[in-house]
Design a protein. Structure first.
Length: 129
């Protein structure tokens, strides 16, 4: 079930391997995922992003840095705080975004939703808008 977590508690869970974290509140902070086999999930209606019907109830306002392997982010809204909302560290790989919505931050209309220079990073985008 979804948990109400402080920002510090969320940060701690994302450092622990094999964590499955369900959140049901908004966060305004940068997120760093250092653990392997992490699932970070909000709640969403699962409808089509193409038809702009996809609605998620959890928004993360801040940048996301992924350092772990086998990471799944699903049913989340992302509003970056800079020109690179998602970045990948060397060694990150097998990352999936499922039913996620990316919105450019204020003042960064030309921002990139996802940025990385790791050739081994495999990113799956499933119904991302």
């Amino acid at each position: 079930s979804a948990e109400s977590l402080s920002g510090a508690e969320l940060t701690t869970l994302l450092t622990q391997n094999d964590s499955e974290v369900f959140i049901n509140q908004n966060y305004t902070q940068d997120i760093v995922i250092t653990g392997d086999d992490i699932v970070l999930s909000g709640e969403g209606n699962g409808l089509s992003a193409r038809g702009e019907a996809l609605l998620n109830t959890t928004t993360i306002t801040g940048n996301i840095r992924i350092e772990g392997k086998n990471v799944v982010l699903q049913n989340l809204n992302f509003i970056g705080s800079g020109d690179k909302t998602i970045t990948f560290a060397d060694g990150s790989e097998n990352v999936s975004f499922i039913n996620c919505v990316f919105t450019a931050p204020s003042g960064h209309a030309d921002s990139m939703g996802i940025m990385g220079n790791t050739p081994r990073a495999l990113v799956r985008l499933l119904t991302v808008w």
